[in-house]
Design a binder for this molecule. Structure first.
Ligand code: NAD
Length: 451
């Protein structure tokens, strides 16, 4: 397999396995454990016939991939998107295993998805589809086994349908409510969960800048993807003093060198404004721009990715930065809020750029999901300030631990350092469980004392 050819485009799962094997070899990880982590433990693939409102039937395909549970129950979101495939879900599930290990929370990794464009379904059709998926997944999920959450195009409402359907199938037993996270507050959801991925990414970025002696005030940012993750990140970063100069969604984006007023953009979008059409009106969304506000420009997603900014934040989907456009990236730092936005060959080309990798940068969501699950298991409700304080501690500590790993192994990129940290934690759990026989050089808790 060529890794640096400009024509090579790797699938998300190839990107995952390439980095896993590369880091596994460089750290001399147990080869059997790398082999084990290179494949999911279980794949569930289901056919989902959905009755349309007009009486016809459409058939979709749903997947749940349980990648690894050595460190705790499987954990990971469910995505509704036309590009969902088994390959994509396998990669997303594997990244969850590494992510939960990087932030050191007691979960494994899983992911799910349905190949559907939810905008083409009515609310009733979407509800039927969501419930039908849980009918299939019911036997293999639960608060101690596998805990799904929202991802692209799924939200608290979808989690409410999932929860309700799961309770119909399993009854209102103790802790059933902890089977899903990202639920509405009135159904056992947690304060702070919705904004947690964006907020957690901001904490990781701030810690990185502080550790490298940089002042964040006025640093310019471009954000690709203005959904749950991208919009919350942009709003919080704007409030914290960064200057958000470009944002986009699937249809296109806007740019203004003076910075965008993200709170105003969110308001204007809620009132029907579209990023690719009419959000460039000066006084509405551009900050302190004066007469130059008219310079607000419509940009494409490709233009956004190659804009000259201090920090580029991909927060949409996989494989946005590939070997084809990596050479045009002008940002000085990349914060990967999306999963897998940079393909493996592009990552090789961007080796000298600090990239705060997805398995660290977007771990705020699963961290807050862990807090939601913990509250549900104890019938507790925490204030938002408590959730945010814990989130900040966890994200900043994880960022420092990845930086420390890099300091001890200066040849590693931040992504390789994060993988190494995660693989070490997974290796320890797998050896302690005796799924794999330790080699003479593997130190495993009390077993060493018996040699
Ligand atoms: P979302 O559905 O709320 O928003 C997705 C955004 O990306 C939308 O603005 C959409 O228009 C845009 N988009 C979709 N396709 C695009 C394309 N081809 N080009 C540009 N923009 C495009 O989803 P989300 O929950 O914000 O998830 C975004 C990313 O963050 C995904 O990679 C997801 O896996 C990851 N993530 C999400 C969470 C979470 O808690 N929701 C947690 C960790 C990681």
């Amino acid at each position: 397999m060529s890794t640096n050819s400009s024509s090579t485009t790797l699938s998300p799962y190839q990107t995952f396995t390439s980095t896993l094997r590369e880091v596994g070899a460089s750290m001399n990880a147990h080869p059997d454990i790398i082999e084990l982590l290179s494949k999911p433990q279980r794949i569930i693939q289901v056919q989902l016939p959905v009755q349309r409102d007009n009486g016809s039937t459409d058939v979709y395909h749903g997947y749940r991939v349980q990648h690894n549970n050595a460190r705790g129950p499987y954990k990971g979101g469910i995505r509704f998107h036309p590009s969902v495939s088994l390959n994509e879900v396998k990669a997303l599930a594997a990244w969850m295993t590494l992510k939960t290990a990087v932030v050191n929370i007691p979960f494994g990794g899983a992911k799910g998805g349905i190949n559907i464009d939810p905008l083409k379904l009515s609310d009733q059709e979407l509800q039927r589809l969501s419930r039908s998926f849980i009918e299939h997944l019911g036997p293999i999920i639960g608060p101690a086994t596998d805990i799904p959450a929202p991802d692209i195009n799924t939200n608290a409402q979808v989690m409410a349908w999932f929860t309700d359907e799961y309770m119909k199938l399993n009854g209102h037993r103790e802790h059933t409510i902890a089977t899903f996270t990202g639920k509405p507050l009135s159904l056992g959801g947690s304060q702070g969960r919705e904004a947690a991925t964006g907020r957690g990414g901001l904490f990781a970025l701030q810690e990185y800048l502080e550790q490298s002696g940089q002042n964040h005030q006025g640093l310019t940012i471009a954000v690709q993807g203005f959904g749950n993750v991208g919009a919350h990140f942009a709003r919080l970063a704007d409030q914290a003093g960064f200057k958000i100069v470009a944002i986009s969604d699937a249809a296109g984006g806007i740019y203004h060198q003076s910075g965008l007023d993200i709170t105003a953009v969110i308001k204007a979008r809620a009132a029907g404004g579209q990023l690719n059409k009419n959000l460039c009106y000066p006084k509405l969304t551009v900050k302190n721009a004066g007469p130059a506000a008219t310079d607000c420009q419509q940009i494409t997603n490709q233009e956004l990715l190659t804009t000259a900014v201090d920090i580029l934040v991909p927060a949409a989907i996989e494989n946005q930065i590939t070997a084809q456009n990596a050479g045009q990236i002008k940002a000085k730092i990349i914060l990967e809020l999306a999963n897998g936005p940079i393909s493996y060959p592009a990552d090789q080309l961007l080796k000298n750029l600090p990239i705060i990798p997805d398995i660290l940068a977007n771990a705020g969501g699963v961290t807050a999901s862990y807090y939601e699950w913990t509250q549900n298991l104890q019938n507790l409700y925490w204030e938002e300030s408590e959730v945010n304080t814990r989130l900040e501690l966890t994200m900043r500590r994880a960022m420092r631990e990845v930086l420390n790993e890099q300091t001890s192994h200066p040849d590693l990129s931040l992504r390789q350092a994060a993988y190494q940290l995660a693989i070490n934690r997974l290796q320890e759990a797998i050896l302690l469980r005796s799924w794999v026989r330790p080699r003479s050089q593997d130190t495993v808790g009390h077993l060493n004392n018996r040699r």
